[in-house]
Ligand binder design. Structure first.
Ligand SMILES: *Cc1c(COP(=O)(O)O)cnc(C)c1O
Length: 458
């Protein structure tokens, strides 16, 4: 029997010790975030109510590589370097000549890539004496990752968990609780933002945009509380590049290099994490690779949204970010991939989409669950509903390779496992899940809510 090399591991001492900051390689293409009051580029001082100085510096940094602190390296070593696997069984199942590799981020304590940024965010807050952090969470992946990290560093954490996910995923709430995170369903009665929404819509399913408003309100109304975000911002994407930097070293141990890199897309952090280190070689012309960000067709900011300045939250409390958006009022339907229910897209990824470097695809919920199930049956690991979106695209590309008889190498990020999402799979088996059709008429609202890009240059 021919021996297949399924797992490519790195030794602990091979773990990269710097994150890659793609902003350094985008030249003048990045637009600045704007202060919502003055509509002028945001300065570090106005961000300091929300974030510790070290994270603000990373947010605005033009350095190509940023050293990972020793304390963070030490905690990373609990679960990193993470394995890179060749999905040999899935290749056979699809009868494709494509080689499919995946980086498995489900090995982290809370089961997703979110821990890669939760640890440094909690660490930098701790270094600057922060006692409490407020944050949002969708499916609970970010809330549980940050609970783990805050508990380690002795920081109190308040999590606003999107209502529909709060009801769908009780075990993630328990996971947060056992790491001493406090959790409330959002919209809540605790904040003005929450009360406003509930008075208009008492049965609101919530959204990441609403939960962000609640967490920010809590942070700005208490000087000892800071805010943390699990995606979208430059520093969050920066921390996630550890994924792709490791994958690059793992590929160096094979004869392969990815022709296509695929990640699911909520706010953009796991996609950025797996892809940016490879985008770097694409930008400098050394390699040619396709990059595919995959979103739910019910929340299609990259494939249908427009590139404008918009708020990151529903109440309009965040800076204005240059991004692909469906409008900050957009409340996505209650799909089970709670982590992808976000109206906007990371400015760094939006810029790469504008440059034609990153492509976007959108898939319906049912196609994604079917793909996730195929993967679980072939490879054994049950993917999170978010991750199934990436897998749907992987399967499509692998079948194209089969039709074209080309031996493509495909890499995707298995951003998290789905063992806390059993209820979603149960619903799928019981035929209770439906697709949600995005109504293009909703795009008309975008114009009323967003700001034209020219603003930055006035
Ligand atoms: C949060 C999450 C996502 C989506 O968020 P990004 O910011 O786009 O990475 C994807 N997969 C999993 C498992 C998640 O927890």
């Amino acid at each position: 029997m021919k021996k297949q090399n399924r797992g490519i591991v790195l030794q602990p001492n091979e773990m990269p010790d710097k994150w890659y900051n793609i902003a350094a390689d985008l030249g003048g293409k990045m637009l600045p975030p704007l202060h919502p009051g003055t509509l002028k580029p945001l300065d570090a001082v106005s961000m300091s109510a929300l974030f510790p100085d070290a994270l603000i510096a990373q947010e605005m940094s033009g350095e190509r590589y940023i050293k990972i602190p020793d304390e963070v390296m030490d905690l990373y070593s609990m679960f990193r370097p993470s394995p890179l696997y060749r999905a040999v069984n899935l290749e056979k199942m699809l009868d494709t000549p494509a080689k499919i590799y995946y980086k498995y981020e489900g090995v982290s304590p809370s089961g997703s890539h979110k821990t890669n940024t939760a640890i440094p965010q909690a660490f930098y807050n701790k270094m600057e004496g922060v006692k409490k952090i407020a944050t949002e969470t969708g499916a609970g992946q970010w809330g549980s990752a940050l609970s783990f990290a805050c508990n380690h560093f002795g920081i109190d954490l308040q999590v606003f968990m999107v209502k529909v996910s709060f009801d769908q995923k009780p075990y993630r709430k328990m996971l947060m609780n056992l790491w001493n995170g406090k959790v409330e369903a959002s919209p809540s009665m605790t904040t003005q933002a929450g009360r406003d929404i509930l008075s208009r819509q008492p049965d609101s399913p919530g959204s990441l945009g609403i939960a962000i408003s609640e967490a920010i309100e809590m942070a700005v109304s208490d000087p000892s509380t800071k805010y943390a975000l699990g995606s979208v911002l430059n520093h969050v994407l920066l921390h996630q590049t550890i994924i792709g930097l490791e994958a690059e070293k793992q590929f160096a141990k094979t004869d392969d290099y990815p022709d296509i890199v695929i990640g699911c897309f909520g706010g953009g952090s796991n996609f950025a994490g797996i892809s940016f280190p490879f985008v770097r070689h694409h930008l400098d012309g050394k390699k040619k690779t396709r990059f595919i960000a995959v979103e739910p067709s019910s929340c299609p900011k990259l494939t249908k949204g427009i590139f404008r300045y918009d708020f990151g939250d529903v109440a309009g409390m965040t800076p204005l970010l240059p991004m692909h958006t469906l409008g900050h009022d957009f409340i996505p339907p209650g799909i089970h991939a709670g982590g992808l229910r976000y109206h906007g897209a990371a400015p760094l990824v939006s810029t790469l989409v504008n440059e034609g470097i990153v492509e976007a695809q959108a898939y319906d919920q049912l196609v994604c669950f079917e793909a996730g199930l195929k993967f679980a049956q072939a490879e054994g690991i049950l993917p999170a509903p978010e991750t199934t979106h990436a897998i749907a695209a992987v399967i499509k590309e692998a079948l194209i390779a089969k039709a074209e008889k080309t031996e493509k190498t495909i890499l995707f990020n298995l951003s998290g496992h789905g063992y806390f999402d059993m209820y979603a799979y149960q619903q799928y088996f019981d035929n209770k899940l439906t697709n949600f059709i995005f109504d293009d008429a909703q795009l008309k609202n975008i114009d009323k809510q967003t700001f034209p890009i020219e603003l930055a240059f006035q």
